[in-house]
Design a protein around this ligand. Sequence first.
Ligand code: NAP
Length: 247
Amino acid sequence: MEDRRVVVVTGGSRGIGRAIALKFAEENAHIIIFHYDPDESASSETLNLLKEKGIEAKSFKVDVSDKKAVDSVFEKIFSEYKRVDVLINNAGITKDKLLIRMDENDWDIVLNVNLKGVYNCTHAVLRNMIKQRRGWIVNIASIVGQIGNAGQANYAASKAGIMGFTKSVAKEVAGRGIMVNAVAPGFIDTEMTAKLPDKVKEEFLKQIPIGRLGDPEEVAEVVYWLCSEGASYVTGQVIHVNGGMYM
Ligand code: NAP
């Protein structure tokens, strides 16, 4: 088998996903990112940053919540690379509202992208990983899935769902050499948190013992470790990366 791992990062165009893709570039992996914004500037920038690191990465515009579209992209990936070694389910969105104002669409879209998207991509790669008898899957959850947050019932439910999904799939495939873990970031400095009002940010900061937001790279380090030999006895875990905000 060729040494270079084949790594798929969903939501790899920006934020935490971009930092994860750049981290995998350090081992000279084949990197494939998924994104969904029709404005391709963020994904092009990620591809350029990867190129600077010597990686000719690929980008697919695909909605992770669309099972047919996901399956068809993975068919292309398998026909070119024959396998996927690492899947990072990172794509995620928010549609924050108090539940009383949250309509069905706000609920469905967040659950479909954040949770069904994880099912769609994992389901698409698992058979191939089982055949190879190796693989690493890391799902990006959130502190909010653990402790809840007013205004984020849809998001919290999706992220708590990811935690249950991770543990169940980890039990199903541990015997096949496939490691399945989740990383639950706290409050990380990306476009997702940039759109929060200053008042909300100040309140969050008061709750972080380390006293600052996290950097996407600090999440990427933990994700990468989970996909390394150093984590060879770690599966079914939710690793919190939150500056002490939840202990
Ligand atoms: P971000 O900067 O908003 O990036 C989100 C990424 O997901 C983008 O690459 C985006 O692609 C992609 N995406 C969105 N909808 C998609 C869809 N339907 N199909 C495919 N890709 C889609 O967010 P982030 O802060 O880096 O967050 C990354 C992950 O970490 C998310 O799962 C988020 O819930 C989780 N998280 C973040 C924080 C935080 O504080 N930032 C904390 C806890 C957990 P486009 O660029 O094409 O739009």
